[in-house]
Structure formats: structure tokens, C-alpha cells
Design a protein around this ligand. Structure first.
Ligand code: SAH
Ligand code: SF4
Length: 356
């Protein structure tokens, strides 16, 4: 729902201000799927709105639910025909988190990522970003799914800090009490490590959570798998994280996908621990070890390859992940192993849209 367009519509039709509040509540808080459901409005007004406006800026192409019902993925088709993905995850019974996309594709080109392999197509608009949240709110309501909808994570397709204008506007709408009304602390932005963006987030939204897709604690490996590292290397990232602590004094989540034989050795754990200690404020740094969802396409590396001979990257086994965690603990770093949710519905973002 384009909020500015809605305001304009009310103005053009000389409707009183309180109508805006009524409509916003029905759409953003109650999750109605069509204007005709807003029964506090006259029939004529509802019909006019149906004709001239739309609530969602995309059509639903596909919805897949995991067998355990704990994650649901939607493939959405924008007006221009682009496919974007969003996932609803239940991290614990009774709560739902939405993982949303901010771009069609991604320019960052991380070698292990299905979205990265698609390349960059375009930025999503503010409306397209917040509509994903609206879509899930409607979905929960329509399907009588119980539980509270509490967290929004910018961990879908795309790099949030490369579409900051629309992402920051979407955050404003999500935390606006008159619109979505989420608490800032319920939102998380994940970045591959764009230093300039980290600074902006700290200044503009110090209460919004920050997650860093670290994945490698050596520049050599990070350069190879995450081209962003050639621009903002581990040292610049360290300085940005130190500065982030100064400004916000808030926790940072370090994401670490477990890649079999690539970043999961005892030496990698030691490098990770050393990196964490070099940042300082270790009590505010939280490591999440995440299972990797294998993408079927081959990964090409131009320099010396550390991949298996078929060029397919696999997730580290459960045992190896446990060992990695123990290694970290030996170096006084605590980590949480994140359960892989929705592997069978290809919940790693970009996997479904890339398929076509
Ligand atoms: N571009 C931002 C936001 C996307 S978040 C970022 O990179 O942080 C998506 C997260 O999933 C990132 O941590 C990314 O590295 C990770 N990821 C990408 N492909 C994955 C896969 N196949 N399996 C598991 N995690 C994956
Ligand atoms: Fe882009 Fe994030 Fe995927 Fe890297 S991991 S290609 S930054 S979406």
C-alpha cells in the first residue's frame, strides 16, 4: 500500500482526517485483504477505493509451507513481472518473523548465494518492501494462524545498504505507530558488511538490530567468496563495528554460515575468535552458526578453488558444526547453532526466484 497515494486520495476526495486513521488501522494493523472489508466506510467510498487503488503492489505466484509448518515461503510477482521472495518463520511456537527482500537480485555477488548469482536487477520501492509485511499480516489473518507477528528481518534478497533510501523509509513506516507500529528493536537489518551503511544505521536507527554476514574471518577467504571484502575489508569492518558500539552500545549479530571444508576448521574458529577479540566489547557480539542450504548451481571461482571437485558448496555436518562451536568456546567465544528452517521449501533467499 502506497501510503502517500492513500493520503493524496483522501485529500482529492475531500475526506476528513480521521478517515485516514480508520483506513490505516484496517489495512496495517488489522490486515484486511480488500477495501470492501473496511465496513466503517461507506459503500461508495469502498467501491471507489477498489477501483482506483490497490492494497498490495504484487501478485502471489507461489506459497510453500514446510512440513513442520514452521516456515512459509512466498514468491511474489511485481507489476513489472519481477519475482521477489519473502519468508515467514516461526522461531519459537506462537511467534512469527518475516524475512523480507529489498532488491530484485543483488549486486554483491557472494559466491555461495543464489541471489548473488542472479546479479542485480533493480531496487524495490518502499511500498514493495513494506507490502511483504502486509502480505504476511493478511496471510496470518486469512488462514487463522495463531501467534503474534513480532519481528521483521531484512535478510531476504538484496543488500539493504545499497537501497538505503527505500529501506530507511520502509523502516520509518514499520515503526510508525499510526502505520505498522512495530518496535524498533523488533527489526533487524543484515548486511554483507558495507561500512558506510553501518554508520548510517547507527545514526538514524540506533535501536534497530544489526546483523553482519561475516562468514569468513580471513581477508584471503573473504575476498574469494564475498567481493564486498575487496572494498570494505575486515579491518574497515572492525573499525565500523567499534564505532557502532560507541554510538549505540547495542548487540551485534555475527552470522556465520557453515561451509563444509571451506570455513569450518579449527583454524577458522581461532581466526574468528581473534577477530572478535580485536573488535572488543565481546559481550555485545553474538555469533550465529547457520546451516548452509546447498544451491544446485556450480560455483565458479577464478582463483585457486577450495571447493569440492564438482564445484558444489555443501553445509558442514552437524558434528563438524558442534566441533566448531566447541573450538570457539575454547577461545572464550559463545555461539548459537541456528536450526535450519525450511530447507525443503528452499528458504534461503533467492533460491526460489532464481529457479523461475
Ligand atoms: N545481503 C544481506 C542481506 C541478505 S541476508 C546480507 O548478505 O547480509 C541473507 C543471509 O543468508 C546472509 O547472511 C547470507 O550470507 C545468507 N545466505 C545466502 N545464501 C545462503 C544459503 N544458500 N544458505 C544459508 N544462508 C545463506
Ligand atoms: Fe547479496 Fe547478501 Fe546474497 Fe551477498 S549474501 S549476494 S550481499 S544477498
Amino acid at each position: 500500500m502506497d501510503i502517500k497515494k492513500l493520503e493524496q486520495f483522501l485529500q482529492e476526495n475531500n475526506l476528513p482526517k480521521f478517515r485516514l486513521g480508520q483506513i490505516q488501522k484496517a489495512i496495517f494493523a488489522d490486515g484486511v485483504s480488500s477495501f470492501s472489508e473496511i465496513t466503517t466506510l461507506s459503500k461508495e467510498l469502498r467501491e471507489k477505493m477498489e477501483e482506483e487503488m490497490r492494497i498490495l503492489s504484487f501478485e502471489v505466484e507461489k506459497v510453500l509451507t514446510a512440513e513442520d509448518g514452521q516456515s512459509i515461503k512466498a514468491l511474489l510477482k511485481t507489476v513489472g513481472g519481477d519475482l521477489i521472495e519473502t519468508v515467514l518463520i516461526s522461531p519459537k511456537p506462537g511467534t512469527w518473523s518475516a524475512c523480507i527482500s529489498c532488491q530484485v537480485g543483488c549486486a554483491m555477488g557472494c559466491r555461495f548465494c543464489a541471489t548473488g548469482k542472479m546479479g542485480f536487477k533493480r531496487n524495490l520501492t518502499t511500498e514493495e518492501i513494506t507490502d511483504q509485511v502486509l502480505f504476511w499480516r493478511q496471510y496470518l489473518k486469512r488462514n487463522n494462524i495463531e501467534g503474534s507477528f513480532s519481528n521483521i528481518v531484512y535478510m531476504g534478497m538484496g543488500e539493504p545498504f545499497l537501497n538505503w533510501d527505500n529501506v530507511s523509509e520502509s523502516i520509518k513506516n514499520l515503526i510508525d505507530e499510526k502505520i505498522f507500529g512495530f518496535g524498533s528493536r523488533s527489526l533487524s537489518v543484515s548486511t554483507s558488511g558495507i561500512v558506510e551503511g553501518i554508520e548510517k544505521l547507527a545514526m538514524e536507527f540506533p535501536q534497530v538490530n544489526l546483523a553482519i554476514s561475516l562468514h569468513f574471518a580471513s581477508d584471503k577467504k573473504r575476498d574469494l567468496y564475498m567481493p564486498v571484502n575487496k572494498m570494505d575489508n575486515l579491518e574497515s569492518l572492525r573499525n565500523a563495528l567499534k564505532q557502532y558500539f560507541e554510538t549505540t552500545n547495542r548487540k551485534i549479530f555475527l552470522e556465520y554460515i557453515m561451509l563444509d571444508g571451506i570455513n569450518d576448521t579449527a583454524l577458522d574458529a581461532k581466526l574468528l575468535a581473534d577477530y572478535i577479540y580485536s573488535i572488543g566489547n565481546t559481550h555485545l557480539l553474538h555469533v550465529n552458526l547457520i546451516r548452509y542450504n546447498t544451491i544446485t548451481e556450480k560455483t565458479e571461482l577464478n582463483s585457486e578453488s577450495e571447493l569440492s571437485s564438482e564445484g558444489i558448496i555443501n553445509s558442514s555436518s552437524k558434528t563438524r558444526t558442534q566441533l566448531f562451536k566447541q573450538e570457539l568456546e575454547k577461545h572464550r567465544v559463545n555461539a548459537t547453532i541456528r536450526k535450519s528452517l525450511g530447507e525443503e521449501i528452499k528458504a534461503a533467499c533467492g533460491q526460489l526466484a532464481g529457479e523461475k
